[in-house]
Design a protein around this ligand. Sequence first.
Ligand code: BJW
Ligand code: ZN
Length: 264
Amino acid sequence: MIDKKIIEMVRDGDMVCLTGAGISADSGIATFRGRGGFWEKYNPDLYASSEGLLSVLHEDPCRLADFIVDFYSAILTAGPNQAHLGLALLEKEGFLSSVITQNIDNLHQRAGSRNVIELHGNAFRLRCAVCGKKLLLEKDRLKELCSLLASNRTGRRGVLHSLARYFPRCACGRRLRIDVVLFGEILPEEELNAAFRQLDDCRTLLLIGTSGVVYPAAGLPGYAKEKGAKIIEINPEPTALSAIADYRIAGNAAVVLPEILKGL
Ligand code: BJW
Ligand code: ZN
């Protein structure tokens, strides 16, 4: 049962939502941190920074292939869950202005959310680090790459060959890279500015499925609060941001969102 005050806040509108990996957990995509998280298997020092990934590429390309297959298999098979769909409905009905997401899985857009601000990029896009050109990565191409990498146990040369084929060079000569923000990299300026603008005039910030430890995204709730917003956190576990939340709903997003919608 959702607190009446929370339902009233949602009904009042002018609400923005900040999401993290937890919202996609019920779609079958592992979170990064915590039990069962992606980083239990893959050390973030190696797999979440460009220097780390480059070193794995050189020293153990087959392990990099495992990582790519694991990572993409999950997001290629996942579909939006009741939480993604609930947010899209809240936007459609005029209660929610935008979703600011740290996720790269495209599930908010697939659920029907229109105003989605992607702080950490999108795994279905390639980007040129020199000229900024972007290229969509088709799902079918990604599936092909995964099955090739999964079956290709011919070692270093086979993996490098497959990667070169699916991550082509840009017109400017640089090899395209995945359009995801890794540690030590600057977030896309336009997206971050858009996020701040949304928080300037929001009345309520819904915080869903983020541990709140990765900056600058983790600084956004504090900014919203300073600007006068109230914060509702939906997360089965307490987080680094729970202390500034005005309300906490301890539960899974895909269960809680339909309950909120029912209460409206
Ligand atoms: C559920 C649930 C269910 C489970 N329902 N909930 C200021 C202070 C300190 C450090 C820094 C700082 N400013 C910058 C930094 C450095 C760094 C940083 O923040 N480090 C900290 C970790 C210490 N930040 C950066 O480097 C950023 N760049 C930057 O700031 O540039 C300027 C700069 C550079 C260098 C120095 C200073 C300034 C870039 C950050 C990029 C993050 N990229 C990743 C990609 C990984 C891809 C890969 O593996 O290859 O983005 S890291 C990873 O964490 C991913 C996520 O978007 C991000 C956030 O994680 P999220 O979404 O919160 O997931 P989890 O797993 O942490 O939490 C899941 C939550 O869900 C949990 O709470 C569960 O309980 C919950 N949950 N089931 C609802 N069903
Ligand atoms: Zn280029």
